[in-house]
Write a protein that binds this ligand. Sequence first.
Ligand code: CA
Length: 331
Amino acid sequence: MKKILPLLLLIVGSVMAQPARPLVVAHRGASGYLPEHTLPAKALAYGLGADFLEQDLVLTKDDVPVVLHDIYLDTVTDIAARFPEKKRADGRFYALDLTLAELKQLRVSERFNAKTGKPVLAQRFPAGKSEFHISTLEEELQFIQGLNHSSGRNVGIYPEIKQPKWHREQGHDISKIVLPILARYGYATKADACFLQCFELTEVKRIRGELGWKGRIVMLLNGKGKELDGVDHDALCTAAGLKELAQVVDGIGPAIGRIVTWTTAGEQKVTTLVKDAHAAGLVVHPYTIRRDDLPKNCPSSDALHAALFRDAGADGVFSDFTDVTLAWLKK
Ligand code: CA
């Protein structure tokens, strides 16, 4: 019994840290309700009961990782009005061209079309209302850990290294800067409440090898074809490709369309991707559930949840609507 007790406590502890049901990852926070990746969006997702909160990471000119979905600033901030001189020849504004001090002067709003100024999803938080700002990775980690302290919960983080190849071509090594910060905040092993994620296999291998990351890592898989580093994601989604991936990563984060599609007649078609990934020992966390932007021909949010969890057997999901996804899972 003396030997068994610590083991039992360990098992109970690990079960408590992760629920038996599939995981809900708050995609850019509660982005269905508040401007993505702002601290209020993270606070709401936390309060709605998310298991993990996502951080997309890009660098500033002075090499500070900030939480932002794109390397661009022109679709979620007022950069074009505030720093018009920062526009590059391609007409875009890049986070990498601003210092943190400059970036902090920007106001964040709901995602919009930079050409027309119209919101991407009309039902979401109105443009130009209230005031939101960009946070650094460290500010967000302190925010989440502060909430974990005051609530007694252990909500995890799900950071994504954005466009590492592009960052390095611009002379900035984003992974090399982010990993030590994660370690400093207690995210370093597979037992920690953290999944690192990236679309570029070349970088994922480097993170595991050269950079020595010992925590969990999820390989993101695009909807179709070649990724920015030239790797073919169709090949990674075969049974053989998944077996190879399992040598490096703990799970995959595929586009929903790689798991389930619907015909124009409304017939649901589930692929073998989740089954094949499970056979290779990988967890599967597809992206993204948006009740206001469902996959083509998908009849309803309920149908989407049922397809992913009941029919395909996904282990978790990225959702813009933590509450909607949790409500379905609890039902
Ligand atoms: Ca992401």
